[in-house]
Design a protein around this ligand. Structure first.
Ligand code: MOS
Length: 768
């Protein structure tokens, strides 16, 4: 079986300088040459292909299912429905005390029930010799339903919203003072309603699973953000011990939250492999992703701001309505940024939910803040105009020194500096404030700003670090590399910690046989790994030093652990005086092939202890500190006054993300967030038929994500100041980039045209 083994390209650099350097991705060559195998690319002799048939009603019972035509398609091996599917255990109920349960995409036990819970739920799986035969046959499955009343229209249900229950892992409602009274009394105020549509996941690589049973042992090649969660869920569903399941996911073509949970395709591929008695691949079609993988909740939001004439905020009210599915999904922290961004005297935040008979929502890049910042940061811009203040100046007048809600300290907060840097790079002072006052030929030119904000988070990671006799270092951890640069930054961190060049570090990841890693989510992965990798490297150095000290000939024999420095491929006295010794020399004299250090244990209890310790530390930290990444977006648009066409023509983002581990991959993450945010601002919108609950545009032809021609040069800057409370001072970069983007676009569109668009996406019909 393939193990991900990646050796970095040789680099001419001195050791100790890897962290921060713009190093090329260690997996870049494998990906660009096609050597990298993704989940749907693993060959097996005797491989069969599966395809899904989807329900066409939102809620009901299957009364009859006719698979004869499907079964008659040449090459079809079997058609699995609820009438003949083997029993599976139901998915675990979502609970913060069972992290694997957080990966439950829906509570439906697929093909083990005649009940239908959303329009698109899989009702049959066809297994065939080829994918084409399976897809064609799946289209021939005829299902009759007894329809039950379904509630599917988000807009119509808004009035039935109920307060979102709070939980320890998410921020909920909050109150400081009497914001309603302060709003009513404020000399200047805005009270605005915003809406954002449902968004669906469109990772470059659609979800795919290749599953092979060998007796009661299972191998799964999976496109996932969470190897351990996938393994845990499959073990529960199929009633086999986790140790019998190997999940491999070395290459993932983007996740964005859509591959964080376990969805129908994964479970049904494994089920199909069991039924067919052959390895099975299930590669979702793009439409299949829309029908079976959750997307971002739609929202309506109210933001009301009250201010004194000098711009100081007296009231900040932010409330939201979002939706979950009756069979799953979770509330998002839509008002999370509103707890931290402005020093308002009175604050009222409240999140509400409606429950619909639709595929549950799921995480999508900055769930909550991505849409919450659209409303908040648009409203702040509107208030700035009402006050006659520059929108940056208004923000700076309300920049808090401690957390506005409760006076907690910020672990790190350089939003002011981010605005200064961004304004200078963008040329903000050249902007004339009056809407419609800037032109370029026939184009109206607009410039807008908005703040970015995303909290930081950590999960448990078990790590081993092995030093070999040749001086090479092997880092092993079952983390995931979805294209963010994770493998590269792990090599960089290990290189500096052990004083070896990056080229000497090999990283193994993406395989559940490795020490348990964190899920890739919450922008937490790099910090999570660093928190274990750094102490593992320290342990390793102490073991190596102990070996050296045993020898009377070692120049290190009198050196204490506290007085040793790792550099130039070995250990040296930290005072810089006296000779040191290279790792190969130490290991050779000790007669050792390798030395290994480990942090964390993969026994059942060990894994639980690691998780509990890490989550406990995060929650404890959160009682003391507010930790987050933030930033300032500067957007320039050109709007065609006749057609309403909006082109984003320039972008500058300046971020405070703590220490940057890799200048190139971090900038890519931030830039990618901005690209996704531009899609959210201008084009992305899932259209759900309010009568049938059916997604009407489940394809890239009708759901528009930005293409290259839509994206201007994006300048990304960061302050690179370490956060003193985070491992290596790093704060995650995966999600903060998208936050604030849609508001910056909307604010620029207003500046260009004088029109406020408060309902995303900003399509041209809204500007005419
Ligand atoms: Mo994410 S939405 O934490 O992949």
């Amino acid at each position: 079986m393939t193990q991900t083994e990646v050796r970095t390209p040789p680099l001419r650099e001195t050791t100790g300088s890897a962290v921060g350097a713009p190093i090329d991705r260690v997996d870049g060559t494998a990906k660009t040459t096609g050597a990298a195998r993704f989940a749907a690319e693993h060959p097996y002799p005797d491989l069969a292909h599966a395809a899904l048939a989807h329900s066409s009603v939102a809620r009901g019972r299957i009364t009859a299912i006719d698979t004869a035509a499907a079964a008659a398609v040449p090459g079809v091996l079997t058609v699995i429905t609820h009438l003949n599917a083997p029993a599976m255990k139901p998915p675990p109920k979502i609970s913060p005390f069972n992290l694997v349960s957080l990966a439950t995409g829906t509570s439906v036990n697929y093909l083990n029930t005649d009940e239908v819970h959303w329009n698109g739920q899989p009702v049959a799986v066809v297994v065939a010799e080829t994918r084409d035969a399976a897809l064609h046959a799946a289209s021939l499955v005829e299902v009759a339903y007894q329809r039950l009343e379904a509630v599917v229209d988000f807009a119509a249900e808004e009035g039935n919203a109920e307060p979102q229950k709070s939980n320890a892992l998410q921020s909920g409602g909050a109150r400081k003072g009497d914001a309603r009274a302060a709003l009513a009394a404020a000399p200047v105020s805005v009270d605005l309603r915003f809406s954002t549509p449902q968004h669906n996941h469109n990772a470059l690589e659609p979800h795919a699973t290749t599953a092979a049973w060998d007796g009661d042992r299972l191998t799964v090649h999976e496109a996932t953000q969470g190897i351990a969660w996938t393994r845990g869920q499959l073990a529960l569903r199929f009633g086999v011990p986790e140790r019998n399941i190997r999940v491999l996911s070395p290459y993932v073509g983007g996740g964005f939250g859509g591959k964080g949970m376990v969805w129908a395709g994964t479970v049904l591929a494994v089920l199909a492999a069991r039924v067919a008695g052959r390895p099975v691949r299930l590669e979702l079609t793009r439409e299949g992703v829309y029908r079976t993988v959750g997307g971002r909740t739609p929202s309506t939001q109210r933001v009301a701001l009250g201010a004194r004439a000098d711009g100081r905020l007296t009231a900040l009210v932010h409330t939201s309505v979002a939706r979950v599915g009756r069979v799953g999904g979770g509330g998002e922290q839509i008002t999370s940024q509103s707890r931290h961004l402005y020093d308002a005297e009175n604050i009222l935040l409240q999140q509400n939910l409606v429950t619909l008979d639709l595929l549950p929502n799921t995480m999508m890049r900055a769930p909550g803040e991505a849409i919450g910042t659209f409303a908040l940061e648009s409203a702040v811009d509107e208030l700035a105009y009402k006050l006659g203040l520059d929108p940056i100046e208004l923000r700076m007048r309300n920049e808090p020194t401690v957390n506005p809600l409760d006076g907690k300290r910020f672990a790190h907060r350089m939003l002011r500096e981010a605005y200064e840097l961004g304004a200078e790079r963008f040329g903000w002072p050249e902007r004339t404030p009056a809407p419609g006052s800037m032109r370029d030929g026939r184009w109206l030119v607009g410039m807008g700003v908005a703040s970015a904000y995303h909290p930081s988070w950590q999960l448990a990671a078990n790590v081993t670090v092995r030093l070999s006799a040749d001086g090479g270092v092997l880092v092993r951890c079952a983390f995931q590399e979805m294209g963010m640069g994770s493998a590269t930054v792990v090599a960089q961190i290990a290189a500096d910690a052990l004083g070896v060049p990056v080229a000497a570090v090999r990283v193994e990841y993406g395989d559940s046989l490795l020490p348990g890693g964190p899920a890739a989510g919450g922008s937490a992965q790099t910090a999570s790994i660093a928190a274990s990798l750094l102490p593992a490297a320290e342990k390793l150095k102490r073991s190596v030093l102990a070996l050296a000290r045993r020898s009377p000939e070692s120049p290190l024999r009198g050196t204490r652990a506290s007085g040793v420095l790792a550099r130039d491929g070995g250990l040296y006295p930290a005072d810089g005086r006296g000779a040191g010794e290279s790792y190969p020399a130490i290991l050779a004299r000790a007669g050792r092939d390798s030395v290994e250090a480990r942090v964390g244990s993969d026994t059942r209890v060990g894994a639980m202890v690691s998780q509990a310790r890490t989550v406990g530390k995060v929650l404890n930290d959160r009682r003391r500190w507010v930790k987050a990444a933030c930033g300032a977006h500067f957007c320039e648009v050109r709007v065609d006054p006749d057609t309403g066409e909006v082109r984003v023509t320039r972008w500058v983002g300046a971020f405070d993300v703590g220490r940057v581990i890799n200048a190139k991959t971090a900038a890519s993450q931030l830039r990618g967030g901005i690209v996704m945010g531009i899609g959210m601002a201008l084009s992305e919108e899932t259209l759900v038929d309010p009568r049938t609950g059916r997604v009407m545009n489940p394809s890239l032809a009708e759901y528009h994500v930005p293409v290259h021609a839509d994206i201007p040069p994006i300048e990304v800057h960061y302050l690179d100041e370490p956060d003193p409370t985070m491992p290596l001072g790093l704060i995650g970069v995966g999600e903060v980039g998208i936050t604030g983007v849609a508001a910056a676009v909307a604010n620029a569109v207003h500046h260009a045209t004088g029109r406020r668009v408060r309902d995303l996406p900003i399509t041209l019909d809204k500007l005419l």
